[in-house]
Design a protein around this ligand. Structure first.
Ligand code: ATP
Ligand code: MG
Length: 236
């Protein structure tokens, strides 16, 4: 059997201490393989962003195990986590998070700048990524000159320009109308199917989750339902 890409065992995250402590994750077990497309759903405060932040090495768990490929992420120091993040993970957020006075191409180039790639190669890779998301003709435009859907496409191009193993998207369609949301989901589906990109996406909308091959429902920091697991309640 092929080895998992991501393996979580008893993952917990508690914010604060004592009486003020909040248990955002209370024991998450999850196995993902390369090429999976997972939607994470659940009520506000159920722990979705906390889980994404830990998966994305932006935050560390309070307990449990996070395996990424052959690495035990919980044993890494801050610098090692930053390297893992920079080389293997891509992020897309609800609010696009693009630099305002900077062209689409330069926004997409940014992660490559951190990697120290020479200008010509950065430019070439950024244009290729913009082409993949259907925005070749908007490379010179600033975010203010782009629609919301186009801005999110630029953010996706920026996330995939480094050729990450996993794309983490926290409510990528949260700021978009229905038509633009579907267009973004079609783009993510194409990246997943054609390029084998592993995607983990938080959404509040069933319609958007339906694009993913698997859906996880969180409730109070625990997995309430997993479409990949037989549903105990509906059994004979
Ligand atoms: N930095 C923090 N300090 C203290 N508590 C936090 C912090 N971040 C999140 N929490 C708490 O942890 C719980 C889970 O929060 P999280 O942001 O993961 O929820 P979510 O499922 O992403 O919600 P939403 O759908 O509203 O984005 C909530 O009770 C929240 O108040
Ligand atoms: Mg959230």
């Amino acid at each position: 059997m092929r080895p998992p890409l991501i393996q979580l065992q008893g993952l917990t995250r508690t914010y604060g201490r004592g009486d003020a402590a909040v248990s955002a994750l209370r024991g998450i077990d999850l196995t993902l393989f390369s090429g999976d497309f997972l939607a994470v759903m659940g009520a506000s405060g159920s722990g979705k962003s906390t889980l994404m932040n830990i998966l994305g090495c932006l935050d560390t768990p309070s307990g449990g195990h996070y395996g990424f490929e052959s690495i035990a992420v919980e044993t890494l120091n801050q610098t090692q986590r930053a390297l893992l993040r920079r080389h293997r993970l891509g992020f897309v957020f609800q609010g696009f998070n693009l630099l305002a006075r900077t062209s689409a191409r330069e926004n997409v180039e940014l992660p490559l700048l951190y990697r120290g790639l020479p200008a010509a190669r950065r430019r070439q890779a950024a244009l290729a990524a913009l082409d993949l998301v259907g925005l070749s003709d908007r490379a010179g435009h600033t975010p203010a000159e782009l629609s919301g859907g186009q801005q999110q496409r630029v953010a996706i191009a920026r996330a995939i320009v480094t050729d990450p193993a996993v794309l983490l998207a926290d409510e990528p369609t949260g700021n978009l109308d229905t038509a633009r949301s579907h267009a973004i989901m079609e783009l993510l589906t194409r990246l997943n199917r054609e390029r084998g990109l592993t995607i983990i996406m938080v959404t509040h909308e069933e319609e958007m989750a339906a694009y993913a091959g698997r859906t996880l429902h969180l409730r109070d920091g625990l997995i309430d339902r997993d479409s990949a697991e037989p549903d105990a309640t509906s059994c004979c």
